[in-house]
Write a protein that binds this ligand. Structure first.
Ligand code: COA
Length: 392
């Protein structure tokens, strides 16, 4: 396990946040027409009432882009100043290139390093910790961390033990390295690969490459041993939160709000009990979104801000668990005044022009790449002809 306490003179501060959810909502009653389940069973066992499902053309990238644009809008930061983009996801648009690279191009973040990070539902807090470390080390000034998923694309819609749980969405934060109190104070990241098979997609990787037989056996969908994951979650989430607080030299009583991974209301209730905090200190929006994996914590964070559950100087703890198995917690002292001021109309227009310019620039670069390839081929053919003539 890796524990990190960031130095006090320079830390990553959250300066922007955004979320994106597909329009289409799938209710428990609708699900009950697909598999043998009921609204009552799902609500009682999980707390979920509905979830958002990506429509045609909507992908992890398109949701990431919307969440990232919203987060950048709040900061008024030109994406050209971003140094780093991390997208935490288990459902990238492609095995490669990374979804983070698609995002880098679409945002016009010309100077940013970009990569995807896969740590299951702990992915966002993993990404946040990696970015915070690089900012605290003074290597970068601005970072964008996104958690985004289209789990509906890897869900077996004939398996009632999993399909009732998951949903799609994205959340993003912009971090700035600042020499002032607050920001991301500490983090704890952990993994136990011996539990990997409790929550996995067996097919489609190098162990079992995609083939007709594998697809026929439905090995390209999520498989889960629910009860074992449940036990793991109720043990590790509060433990990780406590350890991260210890690193920050804070106690549970100092925390204004826990923003946990949204998997099951019963997990959140047990975690609250184990931490000895009232249930209303555990933020929950599970009823409306289900489990959106790496997206769940940043979406919950955005909603906690929208609902004015966070104010300046509050200590908040982000904590998650997931496939791997992995777990993660980060302690943040909120350093920005809230609510953030409403931007002027001129600013809004200017920001949307920036994103249009990024789209145009991306098209021009693709066009130039084609022209450049054509010119290169012409030169290559000419050189070949000249060489042959010289030889004759
Ligand atoms: N609708 C109706 N019945 C269902 C059902 C569904 N969607 N899914 C399972 N059942 C049935 C089971 O078949 C079982 O029937 P049986 O007693 O006749 O065998 C019964 O309900 C109880 O199943 P069980 O698996 O014991 O339920 P549970 O109380 O453990 O709840 C989960 C199941 C998945 C909700 C719960 O284990 C859980 O949330 N685990 C954690 C999962 C998680 O967080 N995953 C993501 C990690 S990031």
């Amino acid at each position: 396990m890796s524990d990190t306490r960031y130095p006090s003179n320079r830390r990553g501060h959250i300066i922007g946040w955004g979320k994106a959810l597909p329009e289409r909502v799938l209710t428990n009653d609708e699900l009950a027409t697909l598999v043998d389940t009921s609204d009552e069973w799902i609500r009682q066992r999980t707390g979920i009432a509905e979830r958002h499902i990506a429509g045609e053309g909507e992908t992890t990238f398109s949701l990431s882009l919307k969440a990232a644009q919203d987060a950048l809008h709040i900061t008024n930061l030109d994406p050209i100043h971003l140094d780093l983009i991390i997208v935490a996801t288990v459902t990238p648009d492609y095995p490669f290139p990374a979804t983070a690279c698609l995002l880098q191009d679409a945002l016009g973040a010309q100077h940013a390093a970009a990569f995807d990070l896969q740590a299951g539902c702990s992915g966002f807090v993993y990404g946040l910790s990696v970015a915070a470390g690089l900012l605290a080390a003074g290597l970068y000034r601005y970072a964008l961390v996104v958690g985004a998923e289209t789990l509906s694309r890897i869900t077996d819609w004939t398996d009632r033990t999993t399909c009732v749980l998951f949903g799609d969405g994205a959340g993003a934060v912009v971090l700035e390295s600042r020499e002032e109190p607050g920001g991301i104070l500490s983090s704890v990241l952990g993994a136990d690969g011996s539990g990997g098979e409790l929550l996995m997609i067996p097919g489609g990787g190098s162990a079992h490459p995609t083939c007709a037989e594998m697809v026929q056996d439905r090995q390209h969908f999520i498989q889960m041993k629910g009860q074992e994951v449940f036990r793991f979650a109720t043990r590790t989430m509060p433990e990780a939160a406590r350890q991260a607080l210890e690193k920050a030299e804070l106690g549970v009583d100092d925390v204004a709000l826990f923003v946990p991974h949204q998997a099951n209301d019963r997990i959140l209730q047990t975690a609250a009990k184990r931490l000895g905090v009232p249930e209303d200190k555990m933020f929950s929006n599970l009823a409306r979104y289900g489990n959106t994996s790496a997206a769940s914590i940043p979406i919950a964070l955005c909603e906690a801000i929208e609902q004015e559950r966070i104010k300046r100087d509050d200590v908040i703890v982000l904590t998650g668990f997931g496939a791997g198995l992995t777990w993660a917690a980060a302690v943040v002292r909120w350093s920005l005044p809230l609510p953030s001021p409403t931007p002027r109309r001129r600013t809004i227009v200017w920001r949307s022009l920036r994103f249009r310019w990024a789209r145009l620039r991306s098209r021009l670069r693709r066009l130039w790449r084609r022209v450049d390839a054509r010119l290169f081929n012409l030169r290559y053919e000419q050189d070949g002809r000249r060489k042959r003539r010289d030889e004759e």
